[in-house]
Design a protein around this ligand. Structure first.
Ligand code: S1T
Ligand code: MG
Length: 544
């Protein structure tokens, strides 16, 4: 019989995990020993638990399956809370495996090191930011508990919490089963799909809007096929940027309301039927909408339910809905695709001039770079770097576009590199780099060589655009390029388009170490997209 540690690792692998991210501590040392000796899953240790959570989150955003963060009790687990909260908000199935005291320690009558309020405070905190939880304190039930929780993570695409008391690691247990998926009730699925097909058939200008769940359940190709077959254009939300990058023939851009491409805004807001697939109805996606949804002609499929008009079909997985829509439109002669408005082209052709740089210059230089060398998977932090990413041609992107927690970018890039073996491009502001950029020091151990573009305006610039009078947004210049060699990478500071183009070319050619390109930006200069966002928010506030 396997031990609980090996059964848990094999169970994680059987449910889609392909690596672990973590930082050990005495409450998980025995488990880390089995992780290392069993080789069931590779483990990447990082330097601070927020990064462990961000890396696990980004890994599963790119590869689907499960992301896994292994942390010690208390100090480690509480450190990863913010990253898990962001994964919950953005529907990323991260499994938190947290160490905990053993039975004898619990009964010692002493307050335990790393304990907060009570021994169970850790469990109570994670119950708020995960969709399912298990405490593995009984060998007889542990395998079923693990299977239940891992199925919840996959079905809901949300984080889950597994507490592993350190005296249970070597307990003999049965293998962890893979429980059967809970499918939709067939009649409900049929009725829902027929109702949606009829609504789309009556519409003259329907639009499909996609967001993260379309990626989480691996349905992008099916959505593209449905859109082609019905001749319906697809747009992403801000949070869904980077989806359907393999389907440029149906993808018409990213909807940003009044901050976005007017042609995309008109397409969505003039639509007479909206099919919202996997869409998070949040402020960063829709705060700048100039029109409210007309729910009589709107469908929203997310979190295993489907709202059609003013009624809801519960317990209906999105991947089954999309398959049912395809099945009901098989052989449909796609109507002649409507002539769609021209779309704002992404900026290209950065002239190698000697002048100050703007964030949109970075987008232009990267579009040119991707044209020359092929697109790279991207990870972005929050800040103007993410708004600038909206001006980079639609390439795969992992970014906290809704939860908007800083510190995501660099660890996410490391997670993408570890999970996919691809070389990522990381976009990060100087403020966010101060939080987690130092994780680049871990690239050397794992032979990772991301390209990192630091938007250095020596400022919390996003806050300055909302509150320009505050001096606390002024940061000092930390000279990140100068620090790069000490972290095992290469750093270069650029101040002009000419220098930027050359530095990016050199970074692409340089392999085996991370390349940090520190782009000096004047304070007060933002990307075109952020500028539109801020004026859109201000006029939305004036309208209230
Ligand atoms: C963990 C964390 N702390 C604070 C914030 C608030 C915040 C922003 C959001 C609005 O909440 S944007 C921003 C400044 C970002 O500075 P930098 O990385 O240099 O990027 P840029 O200069 O492009 O703004 C902060 C502090 C946050 N989102 N996440
Ligand atoms: Mg900044």
């Amino acid at each position: 019989m396997p031990t609980l540690a090996t059964a848990l690792l094999q169970g994680l692998k059987d449910h889609g995990a392909r690596e672990l991210f973590g930082i050990p501590g005495d409450f998980v040392l025995p488990f880390f020993k089995i992780i290392e000796e069993s080789g069931i899953l590779p483990v990447f240790t990082l330097s601070h638990e927020p990064a462990v959570g961000f890396a696990a989150d980004a890994a599963v955003r790119y590869r689907s399956g499960l992301g896994v963060a292994v942390v010690t009790y208390g100090a480690g687990a509480f450190n990863v809370v913010n990253a898990v909260a962001g994964a919950y908000a953005e529907r990323s199935p991260v499994v938190v495996v947290a160490g905990a005291p053993g039975a004898r320690e619990r009964a010692s009558g002493l307050l335990l090191h790393h304990q907060a309020r009570s021994v169970d405070t850790q469990f109570a905190v994670f119950r708020e930011i995960t969709c399912d939880q298990a405490v593995l304190d009984d060998p007889a039930t542990a395998p079923q508990e693990i299977a239940r929780v891992l199925r919840s993570a996959r079905e809901r695409s949300l984080p889950v919490y597994i507490e592993l008391p350190r005296d249970m690691v070597d307990a003999e247990v049965a293998p962890v089963p893979v429980l059967p998926p809970r499918n939709a009730e067939a009649d409900a699925l049929a009725e829902c799909a027929e109702e949606i097909v009829a609504m789309l058939g009556r519409a003259a200008s329907p639009v499909v809007v996609v967001d993260v769940e379309v990626r989480r359940y691996g349905t992008e190709p099916a959505v593209a096929t449905l859109a082609r077959r019905l001749g319906i254009p697809v747009v992403t939300t801000f949070m869904g940027r980077g989806l359907l990058q393999q389907a440029p023939d149906v993808l018409r851009g990213t909807y940003l309301g009044s901050a976005g491409d007017p042609a995309v805004t008109r397409l969505v807001e003039d639509a007479d039927a909206l099919l919202l697939l996997g869409v998070i109805l949040c402020d960063t996606n829709f705060a700048l909408s100039e029109k409210r949804f007309d729910w009589r002609h709107t469908v929203l499929a997310i979190d295993r339910s489907v709202r059609v008009g003013h009624h809801v079909y519960p317990d209906l997985p999105i991947e089954e809905l999309i398959a049912a829509l395809l099945a009901r439109t098989e052989g449909d002669a796609a109507p002649k695709p409507r002539a769609l408005p021209p779309f704002e082209a992404y900026p290209r052709g950065l002239a190698a001039e000697d002048r100050a740089l703007t964030p949109t210059d970075i987008a232009t230089a990267l579009n040119d770079l991707f044209d020359r060398h092929g697109a790279m998977p991207m990870a972005s932090d929050i800040g103007d770097c993410l708004f600038t990413a909206m001006e980079i041609d639609n390439t795969a992107l992992a970014a906290p576009g809704y939860y908007a927690g800083m510190g995501f970018g660099v660890p996410a890039g490391i997670g993408v590199a570890a999970a996919t073996g691809q070389r990522p491009l990381i976009l990060v502001g100087d403020g966010a780099f101060q939080m987690t950029g130092w994780e680049l020091g871990n690239c050397r151990r794992y032979g990772l060589d991301p390209i990192v573009v630091v938007f250095n305006n020596a400022s919390w610039e996003m806050l300055r655009v909302f509150q320009p009078e505050s001096k606390f947004n002024d940061l000092s210049d930390w000279n990140f390029a100068g620090a790069a060699p000490a972290l095992g990478g290469h750093g270069e500071r650029v101040t002009t388009p000419k220098e930027l183009v050359a530095a990016l070319e050199a970074a692409v050619a340089r392999r085996g170490v991370f390349s940090l390109v520190e782009v000096m930006l004047p304070r007060g200069v933002t990307s075109r997209t952020l500028g539109r966002f801020v004026s859109g928010l201000k006029s939305a506030r004036d309208r209230q």
